[in-house]
Design a binder for this molecule. Structure first.
Ligand code: OGA
Ligand code: NI
Length: 352
């Protein structure tokens, strides 16, 4: 492939930048991206919408019970919903979107100053590619650990655009506040000690993945991001524009998550599925692409404090309702994930 960088360090499997491919205005996508195995990317029911939760109603005693019921339904039936009135200032969100846009707009060589290094997932690049046969996703990204402070590897944090670091820092604090608050309500919906569970996200772990999906000449033949469920507690997704791309699997059908002005998307990850003892499910989701416009998304993976064990909440375990999942330390949880068999389902491997 013409664009594979020749200075590929010791990393044998360098993947071309999809943005660079898109600039070439090819009329066909290279074979490594062709995914004719995936079937239709257009949802069978395009008018179906994920639930919308108003956080102002959750904090208002007058409306709380009704909104909590909606939230509980959203967590049980969808595992994903959109939130409005989340409390983050519009200017903070716009600033973050703008910095991410400016970063991806930089020339390739400049972006590569913060490229992934062998053995680490952090930095600018593409998904981890382990074989020449592996099909590739139509996506460039930069992935950074932002909290706790000691997890930061600043050598992967862009210094261009100039305000990127500062903006990312303050954005991750905003996301932490949203996570603490929404986790309280999610666990309240399960009848759990909401304050206690919310508090575990105060000093939680936060990782941010910024995705760039360039326009694609054959969008229905590629995938932006393969179907997966997140392993986080919850994930907060911010759209940078109004171009849809995120899809979530609901009752075996893919549903578009349409961007809503001022809203953020919340989806549950495996940690929350485990805490809820399977009452709530981490949904499969994926990203599709289009042929007209680049789409950017900013995705924050939120985890409880690493000193907290990951297992079904004690209150949910009773006669007739045994634990469905094992309880693991945080380290054991990540160890299991990193050493999972690729062909096996991760969440199933944690079942008792
Ligand atoms: C992710 C993810 C979806 C999107 O990064 O885990 O699901 O629309 N992203 O970017
Ligand atoms: Ni995801």
């Amino acid at each position: 492939m013409a664009l594979a960088p020749s200075e590929s360090l010791e990393w044998s499997l360098t993947v071309p930048s999809v943005q660079e491919l898109a600039i070439q205005k090819l009329d066909k996508v290279p074979l490594r991206y062709v995914r004719d195995d995936l079937g239709q990317t257009t949802p069978s029911n395009p008018s179906l919408r994920v639930p919308l939760i108003d956080m102002n109603k959750l904090v208002n005693p007058e409306f709380r019970e009704k909104e909590l019921q909606k939230l509980r339904f959203a967590c049980q039936e969808w595992g994903v919903f959109q939130i409005i009135n989340h409390g983050v200032l519009d200017e903070s969100l716009s600033k973050m979107r703008q910095q991410v846009q400016e970063f991806f707009d930089l020339p390739l060589q400049e972006k590569k100053r913060w490229a992934q290094k062998p053995g680490s997932l952090e930095g600018y690049g593409q998904a981890f590619v382990t074989s020449e046969e592996q099909k590739l996703e139509w996506n460039d990204m930069i992935f950074l650990k932002t909290l706790p402070l000691q997890d930061r590897s600043l050598n992967f944090w862009p210094e261009n655009p100039q305000e990127f670091r500062k903006t990312l820092e303050s954005y991750s604090e905003d996301m932490r506040n949203v996570a603490v608050s929404i986790v309280r309500f999610i666990t309240m919906g399960l009848g759990l000690e909401a304050q206690k569970f919310g508090d575990t996200y105060k000093e939680g772990m936060y990782q941010i993945r910024m995705n760039c999906y360039p326009p694609c000449p054959e969008p229905e033949r590629v995938i932006g991001l393969n179907p997966h469920a997140d392993i986080s507690g919850i994930t907060l997704l911010l759209e940078c524009g109004d171009m849809p791309g995120l899809q979530v699997l609901k009752d075996e059908h893919w549903v578009n998550v349409e961007p809503v002005n001022g809203a953020m998307v919340v989806n549950l990850g495996h940690v929350m599925e485990i805490i809820s003892n399977g009452n709530y499910k981490a949904p499969d989701h994926r990203a599709v692409v289009n042929n007209s416009k680049q789409r950017l998304s900013i995705v924050t993976f939120c985890y409880p404090n690493s000193s907290v064990d990951i297992g079904p909440a004690e209150k949910l375990i009773k006669p007739g309702s045994p634990p469905v999942y094992k309880t693991l330390t945080n380290a054991e949880y990540f160890h299991s994930f990193n050493n999972r068999k690729l062909e096996d389902s991760f969440i199933d491997s944690l079942k008792i």
